[in-house]
Design a protein around this ligand. Structure first.
Ligand code: NAD
Length: 337
């Protein structure tokens, strides 16, 4: 589905936002990307991502904060926006223990500003927003896949609590104002142009430098690692299928294949051709033991089926990392060379 109104992508300088923007541009859509370039991680990486999009004349970048009063409303109304992919947020579980107010700002105030913009414009046909697997709370390894209709009442980090709050705020706006909304619960997204704060990325850097890596939870954790292209397939598939007005549809987007942390590290070691020096550490506050997506709901809606297994996805990440970051002179190996 394409129409001639531009799509607003918030968080377009982010890992997922830039990949979604790239896909939408490739199919001929016009995209307005909004991002405030927070310094949570390397701003130069965010600039490099948007530089890739800037060459496309259908892309316009706005450097601005979603929580700035009126900004999203102005953009929606001035550009006749009918579809929004709202991905801007303060991400990261552990950082939410250190800097809680960043989460209040972007994830609560910012999310509310996007809902308000959609409400007042009255023209929005679909608002897709990012939620997270963290809303499911702590679950043991070896259980069943998490289903969207399960109660999510025990977040173990402020990050998870703000993401669940986004879903609940959205529910109230769907009910009150008839908005068509889709909340997408992403499961540990990885791949080229990824986030340096995430474990696989930091591990790769340290393994290359010959430095030890800290393996939390004594390695007894599992994650449903989902490759970036699969996540983008899911987001765009959902975007193209708006729910009825008044519905706040919640959908998992994952790989449906949890992998143990030690297996992920072994996959990285093979891709890098180097062993990791592992320091086993206890579980960190805010972390959950396992994630595992049941993807039957999104599969039934869009035909979503993840295509890239972890081994292949990690190889693609390593190829990108070595070429773009290290050979580009922007990695820590360049700094120590
Ligand atoms: P990211 O940090 O790379 O991207 C988020 C972007 O939002 C950043 O570029 C940041 O500058 C921008 N931003 C933050 N606050 C803003 C504000 N107030 N105004 C404007 N821009 C702002 O993270 P990501 O991995 O691309 O995540 C995208 C979304 O998916 C987030 O909502 C995140 O919580 C969610 N999510 C990600 C994962 C994952 O594994 N990557 C998993 C679950 C959920």
């Amino acid at each position: 589905m394409t129409d001639d109104s531009p799509i607003l992508v918030t968080g377009a300088a982010g890992f997922i936002g830039h990949a979604v923007s790239e896909r939408l541009l490739a199919r001929g859509e016009r995209v307005i990307g909004l991002d405030s370039f927070t310094d949570y991680y390397d701003v130069a990486l965010k600039k490099a991502r948007t530089a890739r999009l800037a060459g496309n004349f259908n892309f316009r970048l706005i450097d601005g904060d979603i929580a700035s009063p009126g900004l999203v409303s102005e953009l929606v109304e001035a550009n006749g926006i009918r579809r929004i992919v709202h991905l801007a947020a303060q991400a990261g579980v552990r950082y939410s223990l250190e800097n809680p107010f960043a989460y209040e700002h972007s994830n609560l105030k910012g999310h509310l500003a996007v809902l308000e913009a959609a409400r007042h414009a009255g023209t929005v046909e679909h608002l897709v927003y990012a939620s997270s697997s963290s809303v499911y709370g702590d679950r043991p390894i070896g259980g069943a896949g998490f289903r969207e209709d399960e109660p999510c009442t025990a977040p173990v980090s402020l990050y998870a609590a703000t993401k669940r709050s986004c879903e609940l705020m959205s529910q109230s706006y769907a009910t009150l104002y008839g908005l068509p909304l889709s909340g997408l619960r992403f499961f540990t997204v990885y791949g080229p142009w990824g986030r340096p704060d995430m474990a696989y990325y930091g591990f790769a850097q340290k393994i290359l430098l010959g430095q030890p890596i800290e393996v939390f939870g004594e390695g007894r954790m599992a994650r449903d690692f989902t490759y970036i292209d699969d996540i983008v397939d899911g987001i765009v598939g959902v975007l193209d299928r708006p729910p009825a007005g008044g519905e706040n549809r919640l959908l998992n987007i994952g790989d449906c294949n949890p992998v143990g942390l030690m297996d992920m590290i072994a996959t990285l070691e093979r891709a890098l051709g180097r062993p990791a020096i592992k320091l086993m550490r206890p579980m960190q506050p805010g972390d959950v033991t396992a994630t595992y997506a049941d993807i039957s709901a999104i599969n039934a809606l869009t035909g979503y089926s993840p295509k890239v297994p972890l081994t292949q996805g990690i190889e693609r990440f390593v190829d990108w990392y070595l070429g773009e970051i290290e050979n580009g002179g922007r990695g820590p190996m360049a700094a120590v060379a």
